[in-house]
Design a protein around this ligand. Structure first.
Ligand SMILES: Cc1cc2nc3c(=O)[nH]c(=O)nc-3n(C[C@H](O)[C@H](O)[C@H](O)COP(=O)(O)OP(=O)(O)OC[C@H]3O[C@@H](n4cnc5c(N)ncnc54)[C@H](O)[C@@H]3O)c2cc1C
Length: 529
C-alpha cells in the first residue's frame, strides 16, 4: 500500500480556537451530510474561506443511511428522464475515480420469472449502457437460467427463466462523508461536528452569519459570513422558518419526509459478489439485496412520516415487507431472528413552492436549490451519487445572488479524496479492514494497538485514528460511522462498545457516551428477537 502524507489532526480544542477567532468567512455551511460537505469541499477547493457546522456527527443524518449505491438511477430511465440519468452516470464515474477505496463498481443481476421480462429490462439496460458511453462500467448481458443461478447461487429457482446483468457502483457512505470533510479541511475549510447552528444573524435584512453552540460545553460562537448555505437535509425548514419570520411573512414548510428502511442479514442468504435487483415488488417498488462489508443489505421502503426523528424506527409492516419480498426471490426467507441490524433514513421530499418570494429552481435531478430575499441559500433532496454536481449548483446560486465572487466550476472533477491513490485493494463486499483507509492504511497501522484487533474488522489503532484524525467524539461515532459495525451487526457493536469507550476516553479525556450507545444499539435490532 502506498504511503500518504501525515493526516491532519482533528483536535477539538484547536478547531474551537479557530472558530472563536473574529473573522468573516466567505461561506458558512449548516449541515455536515453529503450535501453540505460537498459544498464545503467545492468552495474550499475554489479558494474560498469556508466554515461548516454540523449539529451531531458528520453523516449522522440521511448520509449514513443510504442503500450504498453509486448509480445512474435505472428507475429514472424508466420515467424517461434521460438528462438526469446521464448526469448521474457521469458523476458515478467521477466518484469511482476520486475515491476508489470507498466507491467501486458492482454487478447487479435481475432475475426474470416471465419470458418477456428479460428482453424488456435488458433493452432498457442496454440504453443505460449507451447513455453511460465511455463512463460505462461493463456491458449489460442477457443471462441464461444457468448463468443466473451461477451469479446468484441462492436465487429462487422455481419458475426462473433467466436474468439480466448490468453494472452500477457501491460505496461506504459515512466513510465517504468523512473523506469529504477531511479533504475540505486539507483545503483550509474549518469543519466542526457537535456544533449546532442555533440562529441566523441578520443585518439590514440580509443574512450575515449564524450563532452556533459547542454541544459538549454549551459555549456559543458568532460566525460571520458573506453567504450562508442551509444544507440540513430533511431539517431545512427549521432555518427557512426563521428566515421567513425575519422577512415578516409566514413560513411555509417545503419538506414532506418519507422513510426508507434497510435490513441487514448474513451473506449466506446470497453468497455472491453480485447484487440482486427486483425491479417491481408486489407493491411496485424496487428491492435490492446488496453485498456490503461482509453482510447483505436488503431494502428499501418509502413510507411517509410526520416527524423528523433523529433515529426513526421502522414500522413493523416495513420489516415484514422487506423480509417477505426477499423471501420471494431467495431460496430461504430471512426472518426477524436473522436480522443483524436495521436502519432508517429520511428522504426530504420537496413540496412545490409558489408565490412566497423564494427563487426556487426545481432541478430535474431531484434536488432543489433556492435563495430567499435575505440571501439564505437552501439546498435539499438529490442523491449521494450527485453530491458533487449539486455543490456546483449551490455555488452557482451563491454567485448569481451576488453573495460570492464568481469562480470557475469543475475544480472537484479530478480532486482525489483523502485516502485515494492506492487503487482498489479489496472489494466493498468484503469486511472492513486496513484496506478501507486506502493510502492512509500505513498511518493507521503504525498507531498503538495496530496489532490488537477488537473484531475481524476493527483494531484498537483504528479507534485511535478515528479520535485523532477523523473527528470522532463518541462510541457511536466510531462504531456507526468510522467503523460500520452498528449498521452491520448491532449485537457485536454493543459487545465491543465498552473497549471502544476505554480507548476513546484515553485519547480524548472525556466521557465517550457508552450508555447512550448501548441504548441505541438495541434500536438497531427488531424487538421480537
Ligand atoms: C433510504 C434512503 C436510501 C438512499 N440510498 C441512496 C443510494 O443508494 N445512493 C444515492 O446516491 N443516494 C441515496 N439516497 C439519497 C442520499 O442518501 C441523500 O441524498 C443524501 O444523504 C442527502 O444528504 P444531505 O446532506 O442533504 O442530508 P443529511 O445527510 O440528512 O444531512 C443534513 C445534516 O444537517 C445536520 N443538521 C440539521 N440541523 C442542523 C443544525 N441546526 N446545525 C447544524 N447541522 C444541522 C444534520 O444533523 C445532518 O447531518 C438515499 C436516501 C434514503 C433516504
Amino acid at each position: 500500500m502506498s504511503q500518504a502524507a501525515c493526516p491532519l489532526p482533528t483536535s477539538r480544542s484547536s478547531l474551537l480556537e479557530r472558530l472563536a477567532q473574529p473573522q468573516t468567512y466567505d461561506l458558512a455551511v449548516i449541515g455536515g451530510g453529503a450535501t453540505g460537505l460537498g459544498v464545503a469541499l467545492d468552495a474550499a477547493a475554489r479558494g474560498f474561506k469556508v466554515v461548516l457546522v454540523e449539529s451531531h456527527d458528520f453523516a449522522k443524518g440521511t448520509s449514513s443511511r443510504a442503500t450504498k449505491l453509486v448509480h445512474g438511477g435505472v428507475r429514472y430511465l424508466a420515467q424517461g428522464n434521460i438528462a438526469l440519468v446521464r448526469e448521474a452516470l457521469h458523476e458515478r464515474t467521477t466518484l469511482l475515480h476520486n475515491a476508489p477505496h470507498l466507491a467501486q463498481p458492482l454487478a447487479f443481476v435481475m432475475p426474470s420469472y416471465k419470458l418477456l421480462d428479460t428482453p424488456f429490462y435488458g433493452i432498457g439496460l442496454k440504453m443505460y449502457d449507451a447513455l453511460a458511453g465511455k463512463a460505462g462500467l461493463g456491458a449489460t448481458e442477457f443471462l441464461s437460467r444457468a448463468r443466473t443461478v451461477e451469479c446468484l447461487p441462492t436465487v429462487r429457482e422455481q419458475g426462473l427463466k433467466g436474468g439480466v446483468k448490468y453494472w452500477d457502483g457501491q460505496f461506504d457512505d459515512a466513510r465517504l462523508a468523512l473523506a469529504l470533510a477531511r479533504t475540505a479541511a486539507q483545503k483550509g475549510a474549518l469543519l466542526l461536528n457537535y456544533c449546532p447552528a442555533r440562529e441566523l444573524i441578520y443585518e439590514d435584512g440580509r443574512v450575515a452569519g449564524l450563532f452556533c453552540e459547542d454541544a459538549e460545553t454549551g459555549a456559543r460562537y458568532e460566525v460571520r459570513a458573506q453567504c450562508v448555505v442551509n444544507a440540513t437535509g430533511p431539517w431545512v425548514d427549521v432555518f427557512r422558518e426563521q428566515d421567513a419570520r425575519a422577512q415578516g411573512r409566514p413560513a411555509r414548510p417545503m419538506v414532506a419526509p418519507s422513510q426508507g428502511v434497510h435490513v441487514v442479514v448474513d451473506r449466506e442468504f446470497l453468497p455472491s459478489k453480485h447484487a440482486l435487483l427486483v425491479p417491481k415488488t408486489a407493491d411496485g417498488r424496487v428491492l435490492f439485496a446488496v453485498p456490503w462489508l461482509g453482510k447483505l443489505i436488503l431494502g428499501t421502503t418509502d413510507t411517509p412520516r410526520h416527524d423528523l426523528a433523529r433515529e426513526p424506527l421502522p414500522f413493523p409492516e416495513e420489516l415484514d415487507f422487506i423480509l417477505t419480498e426477499a423471501g420471494r426471490y431467495l431460496s430461504r426467507q430471512p426472518t426477524l431472528a436473522d436480522v443483524r441490524s436495521m436502519w432508517v433514513g429520511l428522504r426530504p421530499l420537496v413540496k412545490p413552492q409558489d408565490d412566497d418570494g423564494e427563487n426556487t429552481k426545481k432541478i430535474s435531478r431531484e434536488h432543489t436549490v433556492m435563495s430567499s430575499r435575505t440571501g439564505l441559500v437552501t439546498v435539499t433532496g438529490g442523491k449521494w451519487t450527485t453530491y458533487r454536481a449539486m455543490a456546483e449548483d449551490v455555488l452557482a446560486e451563491c454567485f448569481s445572488i451576488g453573495r460570492l465572487p464568481r469562480r470557475q466550476a469543475g475544480v472537484t472533477v479530478h480532486l482525489p479524496l483523502v485516502g485515494a491513490g492506492g487503487g482498489v485493494a479489496r472489494g466493498l463486499d468484503q469486511a472492513q479492514g486496513l484496506h478501507s483507509y486506502g493510502t492512509e492504511a500505513g498511518c493507521v497501522a503504525e498507531l498503538p494497538g495496530g496489532e490488537r484487533w477488537l473484531s475481524e474488522s476493527l483494531s484498537e489503532a483504528m479507534v485511535r485514528f478515528a479520535a485523532r484524525h477523523e473527528y470522532a467524539r463518541t462510541v457511536e461515532d466510531v462504531l456507526a460511522r468510522r467503523s460500520r459495525l452498528l449498521f452491520l451487526d448491532a449485537r457485536l457493536a454493543a459487545e465491543l462498545a465498552p473497549r471502544v469507550a476505554e480507548i476513546l476516553e484515553q485519547e480524548l479525556g472525556h466521557d465517550a457516551r457508552l450508555a447512550e450507545f448501548q441504548a441505541l444499539a438495541v434500536q438497531y435490532l427488531p424487538l421480537q428477537v
